[in-house]
Design a protein around this ligand. Structure first.
Ligand SMILES: *Cc1c(COP(=O)(O)O)cnc(C)c1O
Length: 449
């Protein structure tokens, strides 16, 4: 069958995520027959470099032989078992290794099956933990502007990207929203560090004012990914940790996108040398293979639930596929690769190549900023460089780059006016060259029409 036949069948029954389906009248979905390494291949043999790791999940390439082998073995012994009252080797070993690898103080893993669910778990656990300790009044969550934490109603409520949130506003719980330390908005000549430090003041005030009713502050450490890959300095996390301790408010680190090496360290929190009270992980957790998520938390939180059954303090939350054995096995194989291949070190080199190959981009008359944090590089297109006036969103300039990328063998999927690279870690220097070249020409095309 050709691409076209699959597209026809698809469009008569499938509803795609985060998509205005009418767009497919002019830009049909691309049916993928197979994938290997950083390459995707359609049914007509066209190839696409996966520069965005298939929505930020893939770490070590598609059809990775080591993860495949681990999964095959797991398949022959156990695919899944109920996690209430039962357990299995893969979930035990994965929990042990995550406790070992994550910042000190995170001692317990609670599993879910996608990132949004992990956020729901962290929010409920934080509130419930205070409640179990007689602090029923702590019912509010503090969140940053421009943040994103997923699509379920609780996760959407603590997120702040208008495009995803506003329509559902009437359904969402009230949250306390604080200005973001996003360094794109720093003054001319101001360092990112100074700006992030200065922008901590509104957060400190919110904590002071709401300490009695605030359960937790939730943040994406260092990079607000869905919020256009906006970045801030680790000093903010350091100040936040100190203030959360001072005002007795939990800190939830949503490392769903930034975890597992994306920002240059295994976890972004490491760059601020902090330990959150909750850390949410998903996306790269299974190397991009299977849906799995986990929330790590402290013994203090864990013990606030630990009591006789009739005190009704238990965390009665579950998902059917909690701790799925195949997912856990893929995660273990992923951690093996980190352990055996000096991945973090090689990523430093790859990040350097990404930087070099885009070093002159900010001379472009419609590029306001090129910013980078480890294996995430973002290019901000603007209508007017001096005033940083953005292109009107209705013009969909990013979509032009997307289109151009596909025509030239690279999957780029800009967020509005922001083109970004978030490649799998097995990407070669030559492939980065192709990504940068196609992005440059795509931006050229998108900004001259
Ligand atoms: C993707 C993402 C989520 C949601 O994860 P899903 O698995 O898509 O539900 C939450 N937080 C952040 C920071 C994310 O990037």
């Amino acid at each position: 069958m050709s691409n076209r036949e699959y597209v026809e069948r698809d469009l008569s029954v499938v509803w795609h995520p985060c998509t205005q389906m009418k767009d497919h009248e002019s830009l049909p979905p691309i049916p993928i027959r197979r994938a290997e390494g950083a390459w995707l291949e359609d049914f007509e043999g066209n190839r696409y470099l996966d520069a965005i790791s298939s929505w930020w999940v893939n770490l070590f390439g598609h059809c990775n032989p080591r993860i495949n082998a681990a999964l095959r073995e797991q398949l022959n012994t156990l695919e899944h078992v109920i996690m209430a009252g039962f357990t299995h080797e893969a979930v035990i070993e994965l929990s042990e290794r995550l406790v070992e690898l994550t910042p000190p103080g995170l001692e317990r893993c609670f599993f879910a099956d996608n990132g949004s669910s992990a956020i729901e778990v962290a929010l409920k656990m934080s509130f419930h933990s205070w409640r179990n300790r007689g602090r029923e009044g702590k019912t509010k969550f503090i969140t940053l502007e421009n943040s994103y934490h997923g699509e379920t109603l609780g996760a959407l409520a603590v997120g702040n990207v208008e495009l995803y949130r506003d329509t559902y506003g009437p359904l969402l719980m009230d949250t306390i929203s604080v200005a973001s330390p996003d360094c794109y908005h720093r003054e001319h000549g101001e360092s990112c560090r100074a700006y992030s430090e200065r922008m901590f003041e509104p957060m400190r005030q919110a904590l002071e004012q709401h300490a009695h009713e605030a359960s937790a502050v939730i943040v994406e450490p260092l990079v607000q990914c869905a919020g256009s890959m906006r970045m801030y300095h680790p000093v903010y996390l350091k100040l936040l940790r100190e203030a959360c301790d001072h005002y007795e408010v939990h800190l939830i680190a949503d490392e769903i996108a930034v975890g597992f090496g994306r920002t240059g360290t295994l976890f972004a929190c490491e760059q601020a040398a902090i330990s959150p009270d909750f850390m949410c992980l998903s996306k790269g957790l299974t190397g991009g293979y299977l849906p799995l998520a986990t929330v790590l938390t402290t013994n203090t939180v864990y013990e606030s639930f630990y009591d006789d059954y009739d005190t009704l303090k238990a965390f009665l939350h579950s998902h059917s596929y909690t701790g799925n054995a195949l997912g856990c096995r893929a995660a273990l194989a992923t951690l093996d690769i980190f352990r055996d291949d000096s991945v973090i070190q090689r990523n430093t080199e790859l990040a350097g190549v990404m930087q070099q190959l885009t070093a002159s981009f900010d001379e472009h008359p419609h590029i306001a900023e090129v910013r980078q944090q480890g294996m995430i590089l973002a290019i901000e297109m603007v209508k007017d460089k001096a005033s940083r006036e953005p292109w009107p969103w209705q013009e969909r300039r990013g979509l032009e780059v997307y289109r151009y990328g596909l025509e030239n063998g690279v999957l780029l999927r800009p967020l509005g006016n922001v083109v970004y690279f978030m490649p799998p870690y097995i990407v070669s220097e030559e492939q980065i060259g192709k990504i940068a070249d196609v992005a440059w020409r795509g931006i050229q095309r998108a900004t001259t029409s």
